[in-house]
Design a protein. Structure first.
Length: 99
């Protein structure tokens, strides 16, 4: 993920005319949904539009089959305040301790 937004994959990767769309798949319905979502300012409506587009991509058309999501578990002492940047990357320089 380059930035923490659904547009990063939905629009920037899988839109028909994207240079990152290595599947070479295209759907006018999908493109219209991600275009509308990109302009939507209501967060819940935007989420619904991207969810509908994702349903086309994964369920209806089965263009991609996401079989694995990276995950990780980290424990932090209660007196440590962690900070994160774009995409969830840890920003160690700004950590602080309250002890």
């Amino acid at each position: 993920m380059d930035y923490p937004d659904a547009s990063n994959f939905a629009k920037d990767v899988f839109r028909s005319d994207s240079g990152n769309n290595h599947t070479e798949w295209g759907s006018e319905r999908f493109d219209a949904l991600v275009d509308e979502a990109a302009l939507e300012t209501d967060v819940s409506k935007r989420t619904e539009l991207y969810a509908e587009a994702e349903k086309i991509l994964v369920d209806e058309e089965a263009v991609i089959i996401p079989i694995y999501w990276y995950s990780g578990v980290r424990l932090t002492k209660p007196y440590v305040t962690r900070t994160f940047g774009l995409g969830g990357q840890e920003n160690f320089a700004n950590w602080s301790m309250e002890k």
